[in-house]
Design a protein around this ligand. Structure first.
Ligand SMILES: Cc1cc2nc3c(=O)[nH]c(=O)nc-3n(C[C@H](O)[C@H](O)[C@H](O)COP(=O)(O)OP(=O)(O)OC[C@H]3O[C@@H](n4cnc5c(N)ncnc54)[C@H](O)[C@@H]3O)c2cc1C
Length: 437
């Protein structure tokens, strides 16, 4: 599946080059051909970005949310570099002097094509800058998301206008159709996320069944399906959840599902107070309407045959691990498992009673690591670092286990490096950073 996705991606990104070559126009200076080629590949990359937004299960399920978003950001930044090179590389900056329909010896500066190109370029720069500096700019996530979507559509439209009005290969050819079709696909993908998905969600509403305190500034929220049979998902996956807003609202946040899929139709989440929406989670009343776009993510044990499972969590990164442990219990999965759970202090440990029950299950070990423990703490102190992980997992049989990691990006970077250093192949490591941008 991953190979198919990569091939499909390459086919779309490189199609403009193939469609240009097929036109068999007389050759120009190499730099001119390069300039056109880079501009076209950049535009194709940007148009495919709409389906790499992380909201399409068929893409993020096989490769994971982190990798999808990593590609989305990397490709946008690479496209910006290509777009910068595009005008610089042209060597034939003179206007047409002779009647040359093949435009072999000149680059056109007609304003009706040039201006959309400049607008598109400026918008792309602004989108990338706004994404990189989002936290520093300080505006609300929902506003950023709205601006990101709207400016991306405008950038894509002006880019296609520029190509089809000025491009040597993109006028009156199959390539012109390709650009408009790709723009149509990009717009359709937005309509799918912002119109079709909410309409579907309206037919499958949920209601809050309970909200219980799980730890310091952390809540355990349970939802029940309202008039339908619930959700089909795998332990460890996550949902985009909207609590108390209409189905079309941009107020939806990603949260890992902590319930076990085989335990019944109710789904639950562990939610940490972090910002404007999550700070109000504790005030949710039973009966409040909720909508879910789910399931998403590939951080799951389903279909994995490794002989043991290591779960390494930091803070609220425990959420998917609880779902996985609950499911292992519910399905009598007897594989050995170790949960390594890092927090600052005891009050942050979520669902402590349930974790104790897990720890009493034969074959399951729960190891807490606190960085700022209170007096009387007898467990491990510090962070889940290389030394601790080496002591736990550097044995021949544990090197064959599946490793599932979730938590703040800085912790995951350390843990991933440590595991790779121990010799765990990256194909046995699944991770999810609780950041989506
Ligand atoms: C795949 C995934 C799974 C997650 N699972 C959990 C979980 O189980 N429990 C938990 O407590 N947290 C989880 N998070 C983090 C959670 O989504 C954010 O803490 C929450 O969205 C913050 O929202 P806020 O409006 O309260 O905070 P804000 O102050 O508005 O934002 C704080 C940060 O949270 C992120 N964020 C805010 N709104 C959104 C949004 N609508 N969509 C995406 N990101 C947003 C942004 O990076 C933002 O900078 C998960 C994140 C991801 C990506």
């Amino acid at each position: 599946m991953i190979v198919l996705l990569i091939l499909a991606y390459l086919a779309l990104a490189l199609a403009p080059l193939a469609l240009s070559a097929a036109q068999d126009l007389p050759p120009r200076a190499v730099t001119d051909e390069l300039a056109s080629g880079l501009g076209m590949v950049a535009l194709a990359i940007l148009l495919v970005e709409f389906i790499l937004s992380g909201r399409f299960r068929s893409i993020s399920r096989p490769i994971g949310m982190d990798v999808t978003m990593w590609f989305h950001q990397l490709l946008a930044r690479s496209a910006l570099v290509l777009v910068l090179l595009h005008p610089i590389l042209y060597s034939t900056w003179q206007r047409a002097e002779a009647n040359d329909p093949t435009r072999q010896g000149f680059v056109s500066f007609e304003l009706h094509g040039l201006v959309p190109g400049i607008i598109s370029f400026l918008l792309l720069g602004a989108i990338v800058a706004m994404a990189i500096g989002r936290s520093e700019l300080g505006y609300r996530y929902e506003i950023w998301r709205f601006l990101h979507g709207i400016s991306a559509v405008a950038m894509a439209f002006f880019g296609v206008l520029h190509a089809t009005r000025l491009g040597r290969y993109s006028q009156e050819s199959a390539l012109e159709w390709f650009w408009w079709a790709m723009l149509g696909l990009a717009v359709l993908s937005l309509l799918f996320v912002y119109i079709a998905k909410p309409i579907r969600k309206m037919t499958r509403p949920w209601k809050v069944a309970s909200v219980e305190k799980a730890a310091d500034r952390m809540w355990h929220v349970t939802l029940e399906p309202d008039g339908h049979d619930g959700l089909t998902y795998e332990a460890g996956q996550f949902a985009w959840a909207n609590f108390g807003h209409n189905a079309f609202s941009l107020h939806e946040n990603p949260f890992s599902i902590t319930s076990s899929p085989t335990a019944g139709p109710a789904v639950s989440f562990l939610i940490k107070e972090l910002g404007d929406s999550t700070n109000r989670i504790g005030q949710l009343r039973p009966g409040t309407r909720a909508y879910l776009d789910a399931p998403h993510g590939n951080m799951t044990t389903a279909g994995r045959t490794e002989p043991g499972i290591a779960l390494i969590a930091g803070g609220v990164g425990i959420a998917p691990m609880i779902g996985i442990l609950r499911e292992m219990r519910a399905t009598a999965d007897t594989r050995p498992s170790i949960l390594v759970y890092g927090n600052r202090h005891e009050r942050q440990i979520a669902c402590p009673a349930e974790l104790e029950r897990f720890a009493r299950t034969p074959g399951t070990e729960v190891i807490h690591i606190l960085s700022e423990p209170g007096p009387g703490w007898t467990g491990l102190t510090g962070h889940p670092d290389r030394q601790t992980l080496q002591a736990l997992f550097d044995t021949p049989d544990r090197k064959r286990w599946l490793y599932i990691l979730c938590g703040p990006p800085i912790m995951l970077d350390t843990v991933e490096d440590a595991l790779i250093g121990i010799g765990i192949p990256s194909s046995q490591i699944l991770s999810e950073r609780f950041v989506y941008e």
